[in-house]
Design a protein around this ligand. Structure first.
Ligand code: MLT
Ligand code: ZN
Length: 387
């Protein structure tokens, strides 16, 4: 997304693909210890066979490595329920720039012995050390999973539906995702997926994960009745079986793929206060006019995370100039983050100052100089050349 793993000048590529072994799994605590090159989907299958799930899930699960997930602090689709990797990762083994193997591969839930060094490497995009093994807390596998895919008449209703479902679904709510009508057009047009509901300005995907199927179904039905009755939702469908569930998730998970078929894509991954989150999309549509092919908004609404994407036939300098720094200034003006979950990589490193004060940037540069004095670890990425 941001070129964090893409070589730009003279880098050497290090692959951890052969480091793909599970080291241990504890069937009572659900603690998984594995090497960095394990593929997320394979780990999911491994722990699911033992009654647990991985605390993260994302569209790239079939190819992404757990070490990369941790290095980039990947967010994804289960964030609302299980939180950030800063909470679920219990320990790491990291190779430092001088070759020291830092073994902090703890499996402990609680450990207040000094600074929590692993946190430095989570989300550091490989700029402070190379993660070689991960210890991660896996939650129990929910016995009942339901997905509802709903059409909403406006963004105000998307927000109101979120409040209503938080109130009525409580602890079983595990995902609240949204996409606008242009996203639906893209997945239908480029990927030939079919919409299960009537055309609407917005769509939301709600997932529940609980331990008793009848209890969850009752709660979900109460919520749906109320949402339909009050006009928050105009149409909807619910899935409990695996095939339909996957088909509904695909509408949301494959937006990024559909966008890549549409032309050149300008990608922004922003954290914003939820009530103003979609204003930026509307604002940009008016600002860019016919310069853009599509301006779309989708994302992890439950986490306040907007994926704002703009497409054009080919790369256009003037379109980029219309987008940047406008998008970053708009975000900073709303005290948002210019990178919610994708990181800074090569493309966004110079935008860091929109979300962090000068003192924070200076401290980041000092940490980089301490841990990697020769600048050999993922150079040119994450931090601006000058703080
Ligand atoms: C997603 O949530 O689909 C991704 O993080 C966003 C993207 O692929 O652009
Ligand atoms: Zn995302």
């Amino acid at each position: 997304m941001v070129g964090g793993s893409v070589p730009v000048f003279d880098e050497i590529i290090l692959s951890t693909a052969l480091m793909n072994q599970v080291i241990s799994f504890h069937s009572v605590s659900g603690t998984l210890v594995c090497q960095a090159g394990c593929i997320l989907e394979e780990l999911s299958q491994y722990v699911e066979a033992r009654g647990f799930v991985m605390p993260l899930d994302l569209g790239a699960k079939g190819s992404c490595h757990i070490g990369g997930n941790v290095a980039t602090n990947a967010g994804g689709l289960r964030f609302l329920r299980y939180g950030s990797l800063h909470g679920t990762v219990l320990g790491l083994e990291v190779v430092l720039a001088d070759g020291t193997v830092l073994n902090c591969l703890s499996a402990l839930r609680k450990d207040n012995t000094g600074y929590d060094l692993k946190q430095l490497f989570i989300g550091s995009e490989g700029t402070l050390g190379v993660i070689t093994a991960v210890s991660i807390q896996c939650p129990p596998k929910p016995r009942a999973v339901n997905v509802a895919f709903l059409g909403c008449p406006g963004f105000a209703e998307v927000l109101q539906t979120f409040s209503t479902c938080k109130g009525l679904l409580g602890e079983i709510l595990s995902a609240y995702e949204f996409m606008d009508a242009e996203c639906m057009w893209l997945v239908r047009h480029h990927l030939h997926l079919t919409s299960p509901v009537q055309e609407s300005p917005f769509y939301v995907l709600i997932e529940t994960s609980g331990s008793r199927a009848e209890h969850d179904a009752e709660k979900l039905n109460d919520f749906l009745e109320q949402a339909l009755r009050s006009g928050l939702v105009t149409d909807g469908t619910v899935a409990t079986d695996q095939m339909k569930l996957k088909a509904l998730w695909a509408l949301r998970e494959r937006i990024s793929e559909a966008l890549s078929w549409d032309g050149y894509v300008y990608k922004y991954d922003l954290s914003l206060p939820t009530d103003t989150l979609y204003d930026l999309v509307t604002d940009l549509r008016a600002r860019l006019g016919s310069q853009a092919k599509h301006v779309v908004g989708y994302g992890h609404l439950g986490d306040g995370n907007l994926h704002l994407n703009v497409t054009s036939e080919a790369f256009s300098r003037s379109l980029l100039d219309a987008l940047e720094p406008y998008v970053y200034e708009w975000t900073a003006g709303h005290r948002g983050s210019v990178s919610a979950e994708h990181g800074l990589g090569f493309k966004k490193k110079d935008a860091l100052h929109y979300s962090k004060p000068p003192a924070a940037l200076r401290l980041m540069q000092q940490l980089k100089a301490l841990l990697d004095p020769k600048g050999i670890l993922n150079p040119y990425k994450t931090l601006p050349a000058q703080a």
